[in-house]
Design a protein. Structure first.
Length: 635
């Protein structure tokens, strides 16, 4: 047998001999789809067996589709192939890949490289200063092929700095990313990563709280530019007949809301302005200011176009792939394939009353009075959610015996100002009797878009000194007076101990007649999605950070869990260290999801931290923290 290096040499030599490729390797196919709605133009450019047959065998071998008889993929000591490994594709192979992609391959340069002398081509004071200024703006990271909004999970390897001598490495960012504008590019990337044994990540906006859209040494599929939106006035599926919208995977909340408003309908999307509504958001469930009425975003999905782990492009509906139709809607992003578009039901135009106000401890409001005011609010969570409203509120410890409550905002869908005031009057009366005065700013909008624009400012992201965790508190915690007291006392002590409470009073029941899906069952009986966070100093050591994280996970959130051990947490706004994440994020759906993962992704091409099947893998991170800056290996 020839030494490995000889085989590799011959293989690459043969590639070099072939003529350079100029056009993208793809076929133009018909726009017919089993979804009953034509494919987007971007979806009609596909990789087919015919297209593969037009290139040499040596070239096409790298991009073959997967099949049951090609289950073994390259690996290095049980790990995905990593930069520097013998099997890491050579420059020639990356060039060939880029040529087949039509020039869409981007080699990662960290966003803040301009701040560092060690990146001479990028080093530039003006660029660095603008990156530094915009660092907390989510648009900056969404518009980059590899950046993510939680640097902690990348490994904090290249933060904006004024110390040009400090170190900046690619770290946990993907090594290369494909700037996708058509389906063939996704298929090429999926097949290439699988055949070459590379780690694969899908990045849309990079919002994910657990670093699911980044990974050291990975090939990234960047879906941000898949922006098409088609309104379908009369969509028909086996279980639905009515208006719907087809959205490309890169569509963001502000884009679809603006379009929906112009056309006079309402879409179930998130509160965050730049979140990818047709990406990780909807795939992980997706809570919305409309959830108390219409349920989760995943519940609205009627069909999806998907590139499977074997590279094949399929239409997933209740009829064509009932199992994937169930699993992909709520079972988590970056797990079962790459969704290129979703078709979701839409709803009639609706009016919304938005109200913001605050109260705090002070001369007239003692600590006990403050908490009595909060308690009076929490007692009404069932009434408020059952009325179809959604409220985002913060409770902060602002100093010694000093607390602040912010209604940020109360979002009363389908309520006039009078109806809203009637709903909250019992609480307002309690506040008044307690001597707590509030000055609500309350406005009615005749449409969702206006209300959402007014209610939810652009999110601030990219802190490298904090991590989060959350819990979906069930209605049962309100139904038993003793348990309610325990729940209230627990949340109060969380805030008293200095941890912020950012919570949503909402519900997310599956609407009658909507097909079931894999969204976390804990969503179905929740009345509150509560988030908290812990933080550390910028110069904290990894060991100090880990100690903070562990205390938060086990003690702070442990107390939350103890009030509702059988409930769960929302995977997309969660704690990466969540114990027994399978139960917490997927509940009783986990066993079925795991089976489907083995069936559709037998080589574990797709990996996302805390994703289905992720327990079979481990990242040995450079700093020992639970981040993506290290090799991905079999556990
Ligand atoms: C500021 C802020 C506000 C938020 N507001 C809300 C909210 O109101 N409601 C809510 O429910 N959540 C909210 N989230 C959480 C959000 O839903 C998740 O972060 C979600 O993962 C974002 O999806 P994305 O595609 O934008 O992000 P990404 O980080 O790019 O992707 C997230 C995950 O989905 C995968 N993925 C993305 N696109 C695809 C695709 N086309 N096919 C397959 N996999 C894909 C990625 O691989 C990754 O695993 C918010 C998050 C932030 C940071
Ligand atoms: C493919 O590679 C082999 C060596 O691995 C070489 O012998 C052969 O000529 C190559 N074929 C083409 C068409 O380049
Ligand atoms: C299965 O895939 C392998 C590797 O890509 C390929 O060589 C083989 O021809 C494929 N078999 C079938 C039946 O398609
Ligand atoms: C800048 O970074 C270098 C390399 O990490 C370090 O030695 C130096 O002390 C830093 N300078 C300042 C002012 O922090
Ligand atoms: C990605 O592709 C889009 C669409 O072709 C293009 O506008 C954009 O400039 C590209 N981005 C990068 C970083 O190459
Ligand atoms: C809005 O409220 C009215 C009653 O005021 C009710 O008839 C209607 O069904 C509600 N619409 C939605 C979408 O819940
Ligand atoms: C719950 O707490 C309230 C306020 O402290 C108290 O009045 C009530 O008796 C408690 N209820 C139970 C069942 O413990």
């Amino acid at each position: 047998m020839a030494p490995r290096s000889m085989i590799k040499g011959a293989f690459l030599g043969a590639l070099a001999l072939t003529a350079p490729v100029t056009a993208q390797l793809a076929d133009q196919v018909s726009s017919d789809s089993q979804a009953g709605v034509p494919l987007f133009t971007s979806e009609t450019l596909q990789l087919t067996d015919d297209a593969l047959a037009t290139v040499s065998e040596n070239q096409s071998a790298l991009f073959q589709f997967g099949n049951a008889s090609s289950l073994s993929t390259r690996s290095v000591n049980g790990c995905k192939v990593y930069p520097g490994d013998f099997w890491w594709p050579s420059k020639l192979v990356w060039n060939l890949f880029d040529a087949f992609l039509g020039g869409a391959l981007i080699k990662t340069v960290p966003l803040a490289a301009s701040c560092y002398k060690s990146w001479p081509d990028e080093y530039n004071a003006a660029t660095c200063s603008s990156i530094t200024d915009d660092w907390t703006d989510s648009n900056l990271h969404a518009a980059d092929a590899a950046s993510v909004m939680w640097p902690l999970f990348e490994g904090r390897t290249c933060l904006p700095t004024t110390n040009a001598s400090a170190s900046c490495t690619v770290g946990g960012y993907s090594s290369y990313a494909v700037n996708v504008t058509n389906v063939a590019q996704i298929q090429l990337a999926v097949n290439f990563a699988r055949n070459a044994g590379l780690r694969l990540v899908v990045k849309n906006t990079g919002h994910d709280f657990n670093g699911k859209s980044t990974g050291a040494g990975a090939l990234g599929i960047w879906t941000h530019h898949l922006k098409n939106i088609d309104y379908i006035p009369n969509y028909k599926s086996s279980s639905y007949s009515g208006p719907a919208v087809k959205m490309g995977a890169g569509v963001q909340a502000h884009e679809i809301y603006e379009k929906a408003n112009a056309l006079g309908f309402t879409v179930v999307g998130g509160e965050g302005k730049t979140v990818g509504v047709a990406g990780g958001y909807v795939l992980g469930g997706g809570h919305s200011p409309l959830s108390s009425i219409y349920g989760l975003a995943a519940d609205q999905v009627l069909a999806m176009e998907v590139v499977l782990p074997n590279g094949r492009f399929v239409t997933v509906t209740e009829q064509t792939y009932p199992d994937l139709f169930w699993a992909i809607r709520g079972g988590g992003g970056g797990t079962f394939g790459v969704v290129t578009s979703v078709i979701s039901r839409v709803h009639p135009k609706v009016g919304v009353t938005v109200s913001t106000f605050s109260f705090s401890t002070g001369t007239d409001v003692s600590v006990e009075t403050f908490w009595a005011g909060v308690r009076s609010y929490m007692e009404r969570f069932d009434t408020h959610a059952d009325a179809g409203t959604y409220a985002y509120f913060w409770i902060l410890n602002t100093g010694e015996d000093s607390f602040l409550f912010l209604m940020n905002p109360f979002f009363a869908v389908n309520h006039t100002v009078a109806e809203y005031n009637a709903l909250v009057q019992p609480w307002y009366d309690d506040l008044s009797n307690l001597g707590i005065s509030i000055s609500p700013s309350t406005t009615y909008y005749d449409n969702f878009y206006g209300a959402w624009m007014a209610g939810f400012p652009l999110e601030t992201v990219a802190s490298s000194t904090m991590m989060t965790g959350s819990r979906l508190f069930p209605r049962a915690n309100w139904e038993d007076a003793t348990l309610f007291n325990t729940t209230f006392d627990t949340l109060r002590s969380t805030v008293e101990n200095g941890y912020a409470l950012l919570a949503f009073n909402m519900k997310a029941e599956l609407v009658d007649g909507y097909p079931d899906n894999a969204a976390n069952p804990a969503f179905r009986n929740t009345l509150m999605h509560a988030i908290s966070s812990t933080s550390w100093d910028a110069d904290a050591t990894p060991a100090e950070i880990k100690a903070k994280m562990d205390y938060f996970t086990n003690t702070v959130l442990g107390q939350w869990r103890a009030t509702c051990p059988d409930a769960g947490a929302y995977m997309s706004e969660s704690d990466i260290q969540e114990p027994n994440f399978q139960q917490a994020f997927y509940g009783s759906n986990y066993a079925r999801l795991y089976k489907l993962k083995q069936l559709y992704d037998p080589t574990s091409l797709f990996y996302a931290p805390t994703g289905v099947g992720s327990e079979n893998w481990v990242v040995n991170s450079a700093d020992g923290l639970p981040d993506q800056n290290g090799r991905l290996c079999r556990a």
